[in-house]
Every structure is written in structure tokens, then in C-alpha cells.
Design a protein around this ligand. Structure first.
Ligand SMILES: Nc1ncnc2c1ncn2[C@@H]1O[C@H](COP(=O)(O)OP(=O)(O)OP(=O)(O)O)[C@@H](O)[C@H]1O
Length: 631
């Protein structure tokens, strides 16, 4: 499909479609119904149950954000609930401070501890991180149980009730409003966050660090942010819990509760905001019923419900790993995003280096690069020059002292048989792998030691040999990840909904690049549903969103149909005409020969030859390399 056809097939604004406005208003309606419950003749028992569900849901929202969305497994959520609860308990009982002041103290204590623990533990990966969360979860629990000032295992009693405008909220019915107002506000805030510039970065964390970093995203910064945010949600839950129970001891903040919060998130649908409520409700109600049924059934009392929870968790992981909310969403799918960015202001283009010679390779520039010389005068220097670039994996030298350059507005092909070192060279140029030795100069700056995201910020964008995307996000959202550096809204603005103008500009740019690449009609599709060819095109659109000076494409034509390849060639030529430089790794020789200005051929990690497509086509050495014969 050509870009023009794609534009013509853009979906109509969804708001115009009948039936969906009710679906869109459903969360607000549900919130109104929930908040009306205390004035309805709902029995006290159910109000109390709902109070607990709301309290749990607030803490589980943190687990959803941290573990379900961000992929960082934590067993320590209960410890942060405890920090929030103990801070307010101590300050209100021993220093007679107002609970509304101690709310900020609870947040500050949990936030500070989370920040410290984040810096100590979040660089760990695999099973080390969950183990670390167990360690500090246990440590905080035993601290609460052993400090005299915290009442040891007896805890703290006579915690004052919350009061609003002089009215004490002593009963469960009046506290219901506070608990559920906080829970719903937190849910709407997290929902807004996830549908934003920082939210897309957070959602990309699950897919590893390579792709987000290549889009200029500091993955560590976002990991720390969601860790702290998750702890703050836990602290609010703890603060409410303390003034709800009016007496606390360490037991609700122990490891079994840490596991239970995780269980609620998994059962509800890890990664689903409303799954936090579904999971909290399911566990609380099940626990309650089991505490009645199991002693009757077994004829003896004990914490048998924990055994049943274990079995339910195993069954959930085995048969319904995406949880309750996934089941709800399948029957009641979320409405398509309203296209509200049509009138948004265009993003400012990135400042570009001047094209050296109107789309043609300056022979002298190419020679400089070929010789690995990077000290050419600034106005004649190539856009990128690699000199003596080397990468060793243990004893294997994957790239052996390679040098080449890319001029302004030039398309360079990097070809060679399998295992020649092309992708490794790509990774060295983009900071995905550190070079063992050698130099890379981009726009006059040395970048061989720069981080991937710093290189992206300088104006180098890339695609990957094996497509890297967030399968659960739409095509539009995936592409908008590429525009991350061109937006400025942070987490607080997103939660408060103050980022919408910025967001519209980013989405407009994402749509523009999708239309350019002929994929406008697929923008609301889940990326994971696309075939490989369109996924590759989506990666190119995402890289274009960065507005790069140099675009590195790793096998862009793989998986594309003939017509799609022709359309892609046109787009890439147009990019060159606009002054962009490109480096392509590609196995499709017709594609490479028809498109590139110059080709670098690699074999066994070294540069075999470099020349025009014609020279490379006629080279016996290249033919021998591909046929595997001596040359
Ligand atoms: N992380 C790694 N650890 C060890 N060896 C590696 C690593 N990455 C690549 N290699 C090795 O380096 C060599 C070059 O690999 P590279 O992927 O760069 O080749 P390529 O030219 O891109 O091949 P292809 O066209 O098949 O993708 C290969 O022998 C490969 O096995």
C-alpha cells in the first residue's frame, strides 16, 4: 500500500461511532456507583470488605506498575505499606501531629527508602532482584518488630481517626469515601501515566533495555521512577490502613503479605490497572470465604487458606497467566484511541549538519573515511567515520580493525556473508556494544565510548536485525517511542493530565511517519499482531520519529513483499534527497545495488573491499566471499 492509499484508509475518529461513548464513560460511571455505595442500604459487612479491597488495590496498583508493566518483580510491597503505616502511627501518637501532615511524612519516608533501595538493587537483573526485594522486605519487617519505639510485635495502638473539616471518620462507612477516592484517583492517574510519553517508556522496559535506550530513553531512570512510585502508592495504602485500623503491628507488613500483593496483581492481570481491583477483590473475598469453609470442612482451624492460595496461584500461572482482567477485556475490548492530534503543532525538526555535496559522495570524503582519517576539515568531514574498529567476544574477533565513512546525504550498504560482522559493526556504531578498540566520529564528536541513548540524542537512529518492539502496544504507540527525545513531559505532568498538548504533537509525528512508510491504516493495530514485514517497516517509522541525521537499518527488506520493497526504496531515496544519510545491512542484493551510493563488503570481521555498487558487483573477491571459494 502506498503512503497515499494508506492516508486514504485512515480510520474515522472513533468518537463519532455510536455505542462507544458509553464504553468510554464506563470507568467514570463505575466510579460514581462505587462512591454512592455508603449512602445505599449496603450491609456494614460489605462496606468493610470494600474498604479492605480499596486499601489492597492501592498497594497492588504499585505492583502492577512495577512488576506487571515494568517487569521488575518485587516481594517487598508490604514493607512499604508498613513504612507508611508506622510513620503516621508514630507521628500521630507520639508527636500528636495531624494525619494530614503525617501523610506527607509517610510518603517522604517510603520515597526516600525506595530511592535508596532502587539505587542499591535495580541494576540487578534476573532472579537477583526478586531475591533482593525479599531480603529488604524481611529486614524492614524485623525492624518493625524489634524496635522499642515501634512497640515491637505488639505494635502501636490508639492511632487517631482521620478527620475532614472537623468531622471524625471513625466508622468504616465514612472512611469508605476517603479510601475509594484515593484508590480511584490512583487508578486514573496510573492509567493516564501509562498512556503518555513516560508511560510508553515504562511499558517498553519489559522488552529489555536495548531498544528503549536506542530511542534515547534512560531505562534506569524509569526503573527508579516506577520503583519509587510503587512505594508511594504502598505508603498511601499504609497511611490509610493505620487510620482505618487505629492500631497496627508488624504482621500485615510481613513477607506473606508481600507475596499476597504479588498474587493479587497476577490474579487480577499483572500489567492491567483495573486488574489490581479485580485481584484485590478476588483474594479478599476468597480469603474470607475460605476462613469460614475450610475449618468446617477440615474440622480444625488454621491458616489453611494460604495452601489454597498457593494452589490457585499455580493454576492461574498455568491456565490463565494473563489474569481476570484480560478475560474481561477480551469480552469488552477497550475503545480505539480518539484521533485528536490532527490539528496539533508539528514537532520542530532537529538541527541538521549541512549536506556536503547535494546527495553525492565526495570522493575525498570517502577516501578520508576509508583511510580511517577523522581529522578532515569540519566542512568536508564525513557525517560518520569509523577507524580501526574492533570487537572481540572472548577469543573471537567479530570485527577486526574496520574503517569506513558515511557522507552527508549518502546511502551506504554494508554487506557480507553470514557471520561477517555486519550486525556487530552496527551495534558498535550505535553504542549497543562497547568497542574493544578503535574510534567512531559522528558530526565531529567521538562517540565510541558514548551510551546508546547519548548516540540517539546526537541524531543516529536504528532498526534491529531481530525486530524489537512492545507487542502489547499499538503500532502508533510503538512508533511514538521513537519521538521520546522530542517531547518533554515527565511523570508528574502525565499523571495530572497536563501533558496532552505535548502528547498530541508526538502522536501526530508518529502518524506522519507511519503514513510516510505506508502504514497509516495499521496504526491502531497491536504491534504483536503484525506480520514480520510490517513490523520492520514500523521499526523504520519509529527510527524516523527521532528525526535522525543518520539512519541505520539492519535488514530492512527482510520479510517484505516485492511491492513493499519498491515502496521502501522510494521512501529511502526521498530521505536521502532530504539530506538524511543511511547505512543499510541487507542480504537482498537487488535492493542494495539499486539503492546505495557506495557499498562496504565485510568478510570474517574484516573489510574486504569498498566501492560503488558496480565495482562491488564486478569484484571477483566479493563473488568468492559469497560463494565461499578462495580469492
Ligand atoms: N554477543 C556475542 N557473543 C559472542 N559472539 C558473537 C556475539 N555477537 C556476534 N557474535 C559472533 O560474531 C560474529 C559476527 O556476527 P554478526 O552477527 O555481527 O554477523 P553478521 O554479519 O551480522 O551475520 P548475519 O548476516 O548472519 O546477521 C559471528 O561469528 C557471531 O557468532
Amino acid at each position: 500500500m502506498t503512503p497515499a492509499q494508506s492516508a486514504a484508509k485512515l480510520p474515522a475518529p472513533v468518537a463519532a461511532r455510536g455505542g462507544l461513548s458509553l464504553r468510554r464513560a464506563a470507568p467514570a460511571l463505575l466510579a460514581a456507583v462505587v462512591l454512592a455505595l455508603p449512602v445505599l442500604p449496603v450491609p456494614e459487612f460489605w462496606i468493610t470488605q470494600l474498604d479492605y479491597i480499596g486499601l489492597y488495590a492501592i498497594a497492588v496498583l504499585g505492583v502492577v506498575l512495577l512488576t506487571g508493566v515494568g517487569g521488575l518483580t518485587s516481594f517487598g510491597q508490604a514493607a512499604f505499606v508498613g513504612l507508611g503505616a508506622y510513620t503516621t502511627a508514630v507521628l500521630t501518637t507520639q508527636f500528636a501531629l495531624s494525619p494530614w501532615i503525617t501523610l506527607f511524612a509517610s510518603l517522604a519516608v517510603a520515597g526516600a527508602v525506595a530511592l535508596l533501595l532502587a539505587f542499591l538493587t535495580l541494576r540487578m537483573s534476573g532472579h537477583y532482584l526478586p531475591l533482593a526485594t525479599i531480603c529488604w522486605g524481611l529486614a524492614l519487617y524485623y525492624l518493625m518488630g524489634n524496635l522499642d519505639g515501634l512497640g515491637k510485635y505488639d505494635g502501636i495502638v490508639a492511632i487517631p481517626a482521620l478527620s475532614v473539616f472537623g468531622l471524625e471518620l471513625r466508622d468504616n462507612r465514612s472512611l469508605f469515601w476517603v479510601i475509594w477516592a484515593v484508590a480511584l484517583a490512583a487508578a486514573f492517574g496510573v492509567t493516564r501515566l501509562l498512556d503518555s510519553r513516560p508511560g510508553r517508556a515504562i511499558r517498553a522496559l519489559r522488552c529489555g533495555t536495548t531498544m528503549p535506550e536506542a530511542m534515547g530513553i534512560s531505562t534506569f531512570r524509569y526503573k527508579v521512577a516506577i520503583f519509587v512510585l510503587s512505594a508511594l502508592l504502598a505508603a498511601v495504602s499504609g497511611w490509610l490502613f493505620a487510620h482505618f485500623q487505629r492500631a497496627i503491628n508488624p504482621s500485615p507488613f510481613g513477607m506473606h503479605m508481600g507475596i499476597q500483593y504479588l498474587f493479587m496483581a497476577v490474579l487480577g492481570g499483572a500489567g492491567q490497572v483495573w486488574g489490581a481491583f479485580a485481584g484485590a477483590a478476588a483474594v479478599k473475598l476468597l480469603e474470607d470465604r475460605l476462613q469460614v469453609w475450610l475449618p468446617q470442612l477440615l474440622g480444625t482451624s488454621g491458616s489453611f487458606e494460604i495452601i489454597v492460595f498457593g494452589a490457585v496461584l499455580i493454576a492461574t500461572l498455568r491456565f490463565a497467566p494473563r489474569g481476570i482482567w484480560h478475560w474481561v477485556e477480551r469480552r469488552w475490548p477497550a475503545p480505539q484511541r480518539v484521533r485528536d492530534w490532527g490539528e496539533a503543532e508539528a514537532l520542530a525538526p532537529r538541527a541538521r549538519p549541512e549536506p556536503a555535496s547535494a546527495g553525492k559522495v565526495d570522493a575525498e570524503i570517502a577516501l578520508h573515511g576509508a583511510l580511517g582519517q577523522t581529522d578532515a576539515p569540519a566542512d568536508r568531514a564525513p557525517l560518520l567515520a569509523a577507524k580501526d574498529l574492533r570487537k572481540q567476544f572472548g577469543g573471537l574477533v567479530a570485527v577486526k580493525d574496520v574503517g569506513f565513512s558515511i557522507g552527508h546525504g549518502e546511502i551506504v550498504g554494508l554487506i557480507g556473508p553470514n557471520g561477517a560482522g555486519k550486525s556487530t559493526t552496527f551495534n558498535l556504531l550505535t553504542g549497543v556494544l562497547p568497542a574493544t578498540s578503535g574510534e567512531v566520529t559522528f558530526m565531529g564528536r567521538r562517540i565510541e565510548k558514548a551510551k546508546s541513548r547519548e548516540i540517539a540524542a546526537l541524531g543516529i537512529a536504528r532498526s534491529f536485525q531481530h525486530v524489537k518492539m512492545v507487542p502489547e502496544m499499538t503500532v502508533l504507540e510503538n512508533v511514538a517511542l521513537g519521538a521520546h527525545l522530542r517531547g518533554g513531559s515527565g511523570i508528574a505532568r502525565a499523571i495530572l493530565g497536563l501533558d496532552r498538548a505535548d502528547e498530541r504533537r508526538l502522536l501526530r509525528e508518529a502518524e506522519r511517519q507511519l503514513l510516510r512508510i505506508g502504514m497509516g491504516h495499521l496504526m491502531h493495530e497491536q504491534a504483536g499482531n503484525l506480520a514480520l514485514g510490517p513490523q520492520r517497516l514500523m521499526e523504520i517509522a519509529r527510527a524516523l520519529c527521532l528525526d535522525p541525521a543518520l539512519l541505520l537499518l539492519d535488514e530492512p527488506a527482510a520479510g517484505l513483499r516485492h511491492q513493499e520493497k519498491l515502496a521502501l526504496v522510494e521512501v529511502l531515496r526521498q530521505l536521502r534527497a532530504e539530506g538524511m544519510s543511511l547505512l543499510l545491512v541487507e542480504h537482498d542484493m537487488d535492493f542494495v545495488m539499486g539503492l546505495t551510493d557506495r557499498i562496504v563488503v565485510m568478510e570474517f570481521g574484516t573489510k574486504l573491499i569498498e566501492g560503488t555498487p558496480e565495482e562491488v558487483r564486478n569484484s571477483p573477491a566479493v563473488r568468492a566471499a559469497y560463494l565461499g571459494t578462495e580469492h
